[in-house]
Each structure stands twice: as structure tokens, then as C-alpha cells.
Design a protein around this ligand. Sequence first.
Ligand code: ADP
Ligand code: MG
Length: 268
Amino acid sequence: MSHAATESAATAVQDDPSLVPVARAVDLHKVYGAGDTSVAALDGVSVDFWPGQFTAIMGPSGSGKSTLMHCLAALDSPTAGAVFVGDADLTRLGDKELTRIRRDRIGFVFQAFNLVPTLTALENITLPMDIAGRTPNQAWLDTVIDTVGLRNRLEHKPSQLSGGQQQRVACARALAGRPDIVFADEPTGNLDSVAGAEVLGFLRRSVSEFGQTVVMVTHDPNAAGYADRVLFLADGRIVDEMAEPTADRVLDKMKHLDARPAAAEHGG
Ligand code: ADP
Ligand code: MG
């Protein structure tokens, strides 16, 4: 693996921590498999995620959205390029250090909730900290629990909660340790529109009120409308970006992006 990109990116990092992205990808490549069957899931992605910003990532199925999030969250390793969380270059760290960064600095929300069925909502929320041997900050925990509206559901098991409530538990779990950044991969994909709006409202508040940094993959223009910016991915590359998105503008952009390859195919 080449470290040329790594070094030039490292020297670009500023002294003032507020001017350092919470996470960044530098010319990220990810190839699955080898030979004829290899797939370039990421094909040169460079992007910065700034403190207190809510970013949505959109793109067709298979465009590399999950792969990008997994590489940024230290759940997968890129084939080439660099990933920084703060000033730490993940591609240069060993397993122990990666585990610590995942645990202490990153929160992740999955489409399928991924709660432990035998634990209560509260136990699920504090599980990562319990495993890490960290004592939750009670005031912060209370804030998170009240913000997601789970105060009177804390003793319930996941099976006793609706899908929306389960995802709010998963969001609370991701935020309870006050991570530097929360990644959410289609967090509303299994929810009806009302429950989805609750989860999105909570993610929005975590950014606007608590300064959380959030990156969310979604297929839904309405969901993207909650974000501060949208990245559009196609074939493993960032092909477009939108600031201050609204659902209507995102929908319009998606139509244009979809139209391009189709026009080329049928154009003559
Ligand atoms: P998205 O989340 O946008 O749907 P993914 O990041 O999951 O896209 O996948 C991007 C590409 O990489 C797809 O072609 C997918 O089939 C391939 N891919 C993803 N994960 C693996 C894997 N573990 N092994 C082989 N190919 C994979
Ligand atoms: Mg995906």
C-alpha cells in the first residue's frame, strides 16, 4: 500500500483542533476479491466531515455507501488511501488501537437495530460503555434518554418495543458514550414514515443542540432533507454534493443523476 497520500494529508492537518475534520477519507480505494471477479467498491473517494455537521450519503444500491462508512468507522480496511479520525490515521494503527477508536470515538447505527434481545433498553444503551469499563456520565445519559423519548421504556426488552423505539434505543446507544462521530447506515430503512421521522428528528437534534457530528446513508430524499449536506455516490466515486438540501432539491438531483447513464445507453 502507498503511503504517499497519507503523508501529504497528515502535513495538511491544522494545529487548531476545531479546524481538523472529525473524519476524513483521502483517495480511498476498496477492492473486493481478485482477478476477473474483483469489484472496485470505492474508486478514489476523498471527503472531509466537519464538527457539528450532519451529512447524508445517497447513491444507487452497490455504489459503495456502506463500504465508505465501514472504512471510516474502522469496521473495514481500505485497499489504498487513508482514513483519519481526528488526527489518527486508521490505516497505520494495529487492531488494539482500532478497537479503542471504534469504542471511544465512533458510534454506529445499523438498519437492523442490532440490539441484544436479552437485555433491557437501558442495558442495551450502556452496553458499549459497560464492555469498555467506562462509567456513563449520568447527566449526559439522561439527556440522551429524554431526547429519544425512552424514559418510560427503559426496563423493556427489545421484543416489547416497536421498530421505531428499538431504533431510538440504538441511536441512544450510539450517542451515550459521546463519540466524536456517529455513522448511521440506512437507519430508517426498516421503519414506517412516522417512526423514521422520530429517528431523523433525534439525529438532527443531536447535531443542532449537542454539536454531534453525524454521517447517514439513506435512499430517502425526505431523510436527506434533515442533513446539512448530501454527498452523491455512484460507482465508488463522489459524483455530486449539495449544501442545505431540501427533499425536493434532492429528488430533482436524483432524477438527473439517474437520467445520465440511461441517456448514454439508449442515446445511439
Ligand atoms: P451500497 O451500500 O451503496 O449498496 P456497498 O458498499 O454495500 O454498496 O457495495 C459496493 C460494491 O461492493 C457492490 O458491488 C457490492 O456487491 C460489493 N461488495 C460489498 N461488500 C462486499 C464483500 N464483502 N465482498 C465482495 N463484494 C462486496
Ligand atoms: Mg449499503
